[in-house]
Design a binder for this molecule. Structure first.
Ligand SMILES: Nc1ncnc2c1ncn2[C@@H]1O[C@H](COP(=O)(O)OP(=O)(O)O)[C@@H](O)[C@H]1O
Ligand SMILES: [Mg+2]
Length: 189
């Protein structure tokens, strides 16, 4: 079922639900981590693991330290896949964070990563996320208390792994990209 070997997770470590995500549910996992259980496990099978691997490795490659470490795991019995990350606390990246000179500098570095990805012909990451629909924020980027920025939801905005229902994904991607470009312009203005 899976393309490469992945470690099993321990279902007994799953704790409180933190969010019903767009593409996964997020739960506490042990003391210091979260686990994200995808909704599309069955519809997107068998491409989901491949997509996650691709999205995570591209995020690491282009965004480096800006990307929160994420690992793919599977349920010990059903082998359904999920991802695990450190549990972080912070706020969504907003214009406030890029107003002061240090923030502006970080933003330029961050956008250089974004542009490098584009220059290589890879579709952009979804940075606005759900929380960026109503507010002009990049909700898939969390600003932590030490001032670091972390992308914690890696999803390349393209049709990889989608099949007949991709007309829907196409519309969503178009809308997300428009919103994202608008928010980036707003941050720069
Ligand atoms: N690593 C994490 N640590 C703490 N909370 C998280 C973490 N990842 C996600 N969350 C919480 O879950 C919400 C949704 O996460 P996300 O991965 O962006 O899902 P989706 O984009 O599918 O809604 C976030 O807004 C945040 O509140
Ligand atoms: Mg998100």
């Amino acid at each position: 079922m899976h393309t490469i070997w992945v470690d099993s997770y321990d279902p007994t470590l799953i704790g409180q639900r933190l969010a019903w995500g767009r593409s996964h549910s997020v739960y506490r996992y042990g003391e210091h981590e979260v686990i994200k259980i995808p909704f599309l496990e069955y519809v997107m099978w068998p491409k989901l693991q491949e997509r996650l691997e691709r999205d995570i490795s591209a995020s690491q490659k282009y965004f480096g330290e800006f990307f929160l470490s994420t690992r793919i795991v599977e349920h010990p019995k059903t082998r359904a896949i999920a991802t695990i990350q450190p549990f972080i606390v912070g706020h969504y990246l907003s214009k406030e964070d890029v107003r002061h000179p240090a923030g502006k500098q970080t933003f330029e570095k961050f956008m250089a990563c974004y542009d490098a990805m584009y220059a290589d012909g890879v579709a952009p990451l979804d940075l606005v996320g759900q929380g960026g629909v109503l507010e002009r924020k990049l909700s898939n980027v969390m600003v932590l208390s030490d001032g670091s920025w972390k992308i914690y939801d890696a999803a390349i905005l393209d049709l990889f792994g989608f099949e007949w229902w991709n007309w829907l994904a196409r519309g969503v991607i178009w809308a997300v990209l428009r919103r994202q470009e608008g928010t980036i312009q707003y941050f720069r203005s």
